[in-house]
Design a protein. Sequence first.
Length: 238
Amino acid sequence: METSPSSVDVVLPCLDEAEALPWVLERMPPGWRAIVVDNGSTDGSPDIARGLGAHVVSEPRRGFGAACHAGLTAATADVVCFCDCDASLDPGLLPTVAGPVLDGAADLVLGRRRPTARGAWPVHARLANLELARLVRRRTGVRLHDLGPMRAARREALMALDLTDRRSGYPLQMVVRAADAGWRVAETDVPYRPRTGRSKVTGTWRGTWQAVRDMRAVLAEPPYAAPAVGAGIAGGVR
């Protein structure tokens, strides 16, 4: 599948990822623009990203969702991908994730994480993710195995979802509101490596607790009535 150089922007939320950035950015698909959203780094991450050719956006308000949404707002390409900036996911695989969106076969594609090593995904985080996927299935009818952070969708459609969470619930709110809008949601397997550095969420009890609270709030929201993303969306793949 061939794409024009400006067809895809890749949002990379970043908080103190100086060690991982070179590996991540060197594996960006040719012609795809990396948007590194600095969320208050103190280790020189923004300068490293600029030096490696990335477009850097500053989002001083702390929160994973704040960083993701700042990147989405800064994007100009038709299709936008999201990927963690900690070297746990290989950006070189993004064309596989974005392919169904670019081809018009899906509206939102998530990378289903497949751990490559014992320490890649802590057991408590994996179990929490499985339970979350079950709750999403019960809430929306969408059958997912993972609320993976590597994902792709069209920018204008994402903006129309009017996402409001600015912390850990942002990825979940995207899926729930997309499902409410009748999007065709799909997933594809992607390898999941041990991250570089310490996790800001599941690596701490405080981070895990905050994430759980944020996601419970998202699941408690009433169904969202968003504009359809195009003809033939209702009744999509579930």
